[in-house]
Design a protein around this ligand. Structure first.
Ligand code: MFK
Length: 177
């Protein structure tokens, strides 16, 4: 059975400030998750983000060399992570904390590393606490589509992560099966 000493711990649960709906942002407006806040930059290479007045969110992204999969192109996991990140920022840009419940990604073309690409994301519809969000990644300049994604984000109250910590502690105290 696990003891208190070998139980994984969250080092600093205050990383996003007390208000998850207003997370720390870079000079380019990019909301930073926990580890990226510690690093002082988006480790996925999201450099700028903004919401326009038609509801579209726009992101400038460059795949870092250390995310290379095939020669000079991004690992597919990077593309999926960036689409998760960018689409998931849409509720946040509307001051709503949410988590990804479902995500589907189409890899249309290889994504070049070290070259700026653009992601556009938008809300298809909302039902209850569910946000149905879609987006596409395209090459700059020219706009050729490289990837498409859609998914469901579920709005959460600020107690979401505290409840998870309690659930995890219950799992640990239940011991090994
Ligand atoms: C940048 C700064 C960021 C600061 C915050 C960091 C956010 C980070 C974002 C992420 O990284 S998300 C990480 C990956 N995703 C997760 O960890 C989510 C893990 N899953 C969960 O926590 C729960 O399964 C989830 C909250 C999605 C649903 O929990 P419950 O099933 O207990 O909730 P509930 O039963 O109350 O359902 C809530 C709503 O979600 C719907 N739902 C649940 N699972 C679903 C699903 N799989 N597909 C579609 N809808 C789903 C459900 O129908 C319902 O809709 P309505 O409110 O409209 O009735």
């Amino acid at each position: 059975m696990r003891t208190d000493d070998d139980r994984p711990r969250t080092p600093d649960r205050r990383w996003a400030g007390s208000d998850f709906q207003d997370p720390p942002r870079t000079g380019g407006g990019v909301a930073l998750c926990g580890a990226c806040h510690a690093a002082g930059r988006c480790r996925l290479g999201v450099q700028r983000e903004r919401l326009d007045d038609t509801g579209n969110a726009w992101f400038h992204v460059t795949c870092p060399r250390d995310q290379e999969g095939g020669p000079n192109v991004a690992h597919g996991g990077w593309t999926a992570a960036v689409m998760d990140e960018c689409l998931g920022h849409v509720p946040l840009l509307n001051r709503t904390l949410s988590v990804t419940a479902e995500l589907s990604v189409s890899f249309v073309k290889p994504v070049p590393v070290d070259r700026p690409v653009q992601v556009r994301a938008w809300v298809d519809r909302r039902e209850g606490s569910r946000w149905y969000i879609a987006g596409e990644m395209s090459l700059l300049p020219g706009g050729a589509v490289l990837a498409r994604a859609s998914g469901i984000w579920v709005a959460r109250d600020p107690g979401h992560f505290d409840r998870h910590e309690k659930w995890l502690a219950q799992q640990d105290s239940a011991g090994s099966p």
